[in-house]
Design a protein around this ligand. Structure first.
Ligand code: 16G
Ligand code: ZN
Length: 501
């Protein structure tokens, strides 16, 4: 694989998923190398370690991708997304590096540190050499964690910047922090039963095996799709959420809790069998479960301000459920960085995308208030969630813990509300940039007149809701629709798709 870019190569853009594309068309080598340069320059600029993860998450095994992490584990800041794009597309790389060094006032004597991680894709190992080459070229060192989940990379990047010495940085730190928090919360419980985890044939199997072993006295974690099949193929959180069906290899039984993670283990969905039928508990449900718990425990008198951040994809029934409980909700644009940012406005911000990506953020004021009000149980929960980024395994333990704390079965959880029938479609048009949206992607402002026509269609069905937006990761426009019945929902989504087409 070449790590050099041929002049005139098609331009790429750093988007919500970083850079992503086929791993076999000769482009990913230079893209990852230059992302190594970006991560190193960002580290030099801040005087702190940054992270670099090589993964294409839930995408097929032939794809790959790369993403840069800020020192505390957040997504790269917007102006550096622009610099990453410029560095990656430059014909004259050295000139572009010099330009960034000048414009960002990076000291010429500074040295950066980049924490590097990769998923299990066959192309990922070679790409981590590409990243290292870039990091060295940008006058920095790399610390290669090898095969890790995306949230492990974020967490360890956070830890090193919070003072963990380099020589103490290892995965045991990650596993002990989260298992200890879980054991603390469940110290008075017996065995909590069985959870079967679909690992998507990805890196989740490594994390899953560790948690299964470390928590065997409390919960029976059984792993499926644990490396015997193709990555993300007919399995994983995206497959289960999109198809609303069980992954391959899962012979579902009543009374067992099931969940699926995606290829880099930052997304989680639960499901179970109810009267012989598959029932999905997605990111909206996870958010509602945690929010319900917080509201019950905090009670009316607490000074802790908490709320839930969703996107337009959140099922309307979940938003109504939260509003009926008097829990604040906020809607943001799609993409974790937007949700994460909005969640920071609360003392405790619960954020989840319907697709299962999310976490709970506790700010310093929340911790101080919880301590003052004596909420030790919630303080323990704050340690169980990976606050740097959505983490399928930490979220799974949080779900298990909250079900236990509420004394709820998965049936009780499912009974919170009934989803409105919904449908998500992809429409391919000549130029998806023609579709422009505002109001957290719920209102279309271009092409002119489209939103009015969409409103008229929505008005024809009961409980109708629909929006269109250009995908940030694929060359398509997404059409989402919801209505009171599956039939009306299909009718509405097809009519809206025809408007866009
Ligand atoms: C990216 C986002 C994910 C979002 C998805 C939407 C992050 C880490 N990932 O995968 O949150 O749901 O894009 O994709 O922000 P779309 O723009 O193609 O619909
Ligand atoms: Zn993922």
């Amino acid at each position: 694989m070449s790590f050099e870019r041929a002049p005139g190569t098609k331009q790429v853009k750093y988007g919500t998923a970083g850079f992503r594309g086929p791993a076999d068309d000769g482009q990913m080598g230079f893209i990852v190398k230059r992302s190594g340069i970006t991560a190193a320059l960002r580290s030099r600029k801040l005087g702190k370690a940054t992270g670099l993860m090589i993964t294409a998450s839930h995408n097929p095994v032939r794809d790959n991708g790369v993403k840069v992490t800020e020192p505390l584990g957040e997504m790269l800041v917007p102006n550096w997304e622009g610099l990453a794009t410029d560095l990656t597309n430059a014909d004259d790389l050295n000139a572009e590096i010099a330009k960034v060094i000048k414009s960002e006032e990076i000291s010429s004597s500074s040295e950066g540190l980049v924490i590097l991680g990769r998923d299990t894709r066959p192309s990922s190992a070679e790409l981590s050499f590409a990243a290292t080459e870039g990091i060295i070229q940008a006058q920095s060192r790399s610390l290669n964690l090898g095969v890790v989940t995306t949230p492990q990379l974020h967490y360890l990047t956070y830890k090193i910047n919070k003072g963990t010495p380099v020589f103490n940085l290892n995965l045991d730190l990650y596993y002990s922090d989260f298992t200890n928090a879980f054991l603390e919360i469940t110290k008075n419980s017996g065995n909590l039963g069985s959870v079967e985890v679909d690992c998507a044939n990805g890196v989740g199997l490594l994390a899953g095996a560790q948690f299964a072993k470390r928590l065997e006295s409390k919960v029976n974690i059984k792993l499926t799709n644990a490396g015997d099949g193709l990555l993300n193929h007919d399995c994983g959180a995206d497959f289960v959420k999109t198809g609303q069906r069980a992954p391959v290899g899962s012979e579902m039984k009543e009374g067992v809790r099931y969940c699926s993670v995606d290829g880099d283990a930052d997304r989680l969905v639960y499901y179970f069998l109810r009267a012989g039928k598959f029932f999905l508990l997605d990111g909206d449900r996870i958010a509602c479960l945690i929010a319900t718990y917080l509201q019950k425990r905090l009670g009316k008198d607490s000074s802790v301000n908490f709320g839930v951040v969703q996107t337009a994809y959140a099922n309307g029934a979940s938003t109504n459920y939260l509003s009926a409980l008097g829990i604040k909700t906020v809607c943001t644009k799609t993409g974790v960085k937007h949700l994460h940012h909005a969640a920071l406005d609360f003392d405790i911000g619960v954020y989840f995308e319907a697709n299962g990506h999310g976490t709970v953020l506790f700010n310093d004021s929340a911790i101080a208030k919880l301590e003052k009000e004596g909420h030790s149980e919630i303080l323990a929960l704050a340690k169980l969630v990976n606050q740097t980024v959505g983490d399928a395994f930490s979220d799974m333990l949080a779900v298990e813990a909250v079900l236990y704390l509420l004394n709820w079965s998965i049936e009780d959880w499912a009974a919170m509300y009934s989803d409105y029938p919904n449908r998500l479609m992809k429409v391919k048009i000549a130029n998806r940039a023609d579709i422009q949206v505002t109001n957290a992607e719920r209102t279309c402002i271009a092409p002119a007149g489209l939103q009015d026509k969409l409103n008229s269609l929505v008005a024809t069905v009961a409980n109708g809701r629909s929006f269109v937006r250009a995908s940030g990761t694929e060359d398509v426009v997404r059409v989402y629709a919801e209505a009171n019945t599956a039939e009306n929902c299909d009718k509405l989504s097809i009519a809206v798709a025809n408007l866009v087409f």
